[in-house]
Design a protein around this ligand. Structure first.
Ligand code: UDP
Length: 320
């Protein structure tokens, strides 16, 4: 890459699961990366291997506080994303989405930077339309225990579109469905990490409810490819665009796959279903296919094969 093609790119939440993979990809593509994180639910371990790269810079900073840097592009990923983490301090979760969006949009406006928002399938709530296309407005409980995340992300989308309409900002909205892979936090309470850790330890696999609720799981490298394509897409394409793997599985099927792949003797146990837990979720990715020429390449079985060794190594090193 020559110097004129190199961009200065800010990744908020850059030390998180997704952010760390994105930072690595952008550095690999030859860009300068500023990784911003307050380490609330992320780990420095995820980016240790990037710290000695000359075009990588780490800032410990909270997006709720304004930031002054000079950048060409912003990927706004900062926000705890697993239900136990975002419900731990729900007021802070809403602030992170809303104040974070305001601060990063303000930065983008001053720098005339292009800005991408990591929105979420949670904007569809417990969906009554299946699979979910972008035109579906969702079915969200505005005052339930997931609302701090769902409504925070919905408000962030509103802010992005108003900055676009009012100030002509170049925006991109990605609605991310469940994503998994190495660098997930072993303790984040999400289903893929929980099940793999439980299976490797031989402890019971905790199915919430009857395990018949569904999710669609996207391997992280597919998702990162989609984010980069979205950022690089023509300015008239703002999204929102669904990004996820349409392969849909019940949570029980996921448990069975994890048990089979780890050769675990863990048994299945049933626990109460958390409030407002969506019954089904599957992205309609027609728009991503047509506008980004993108679709996932790694099916669940293959992605689990790439993810299990990461957790096994953490357990071996006693890092969990
Ligand atoms: N889940 C489960 N056992 C666990 C963790 C999660 O059965 O140990 C279920 C959870 O109730 C939900 C699904 O798995 O129906 C996905 O949960 P996750 O927290 O990964 O993400 P969500 O899609 O709900 O945000």
């Amino acid at each position: 890459m020559n110097i004129t093609q190199r961009k200065r790119i800010l990744v908020t939440g850059g030390a998180g699961f997704l952010g760390s993979h994105l930072c690595q990809r952008l550095l690999h593509d030859g860009h300068e990366v500023i990784c911003l994180d307050n380490f609330y639910s992320s780990s420095k371990d995820n980016i240790l291997h990037l710290l000695d790269q000359p075009h990588f810079e780490l800032l410990r900073h909270d997006v709720c506080v304004p930031l002054f840097v000079e950048v060409d592009e912003i990927y706004n990923l900062a926000c705890p994303a697993s239900p136990p983490h975002y419900q731990h301090d729900p007021v802070q979760t809403t602030k992170t989405s809303v104040l974070g969006a305001i601060n990063m949009l303000g930065l983008a406006k001053r720098c005339k930077a292009k800005i991408l928002q990591a929105s979420t399938s949670e904007v569809y709530g417990d969906p009554q339309v299946h699979p979910q296309p972008e035109g579906y407005w969702g079915h969200v409980n505005p005052n339930g225990i997931r609302a701090c995340y769902d409504e925070g992300k919905r408000c962030a989308e509103t802010l992005f579109f108003d900055y676009h309409r009012q100030h002509g900002l170049r925006i991109k909205i990605a609605r991310l469905f469940n994503t998994y892979g190495p660098n997930m936090h072993p303790n984040d309470g999400r289903v893929v990490s929980n099940f793999i850790v439980q299976a490797l330890e031989g402890s019971p696999i905790t199915l919430y409810g009857d395990g018949n609720q569904t999710r669609s799981f996207c391997f992280v490298s597919d998702l990162v490819e989609a984010l980069v394509r979205l950022m690089d897409s023509p300015d008239d394409f703002t999204g929102p665009v669904n990004l996820g793997n349409p392969g849909e599985f019940t949570i029980r099927e996921l448990a069975e796959k994890v048990i089979a792949q780890t050769g675990s003797k863990s048994e299945l146990v049933f626990r109460p279903l958390p409030h407002d837990d969506p019954k089904q979720r599957q992205p309609d990715i027609t728009l991503a296919r047509s506008r980004l020429g993108w679709e996932p390449t790694i099916p669940l079985d293959q992605g689990l094969q790439k993810t299990i060794p990461y957790f096994a190594a953490l357990l071996d090193k006693g890092l969990y």
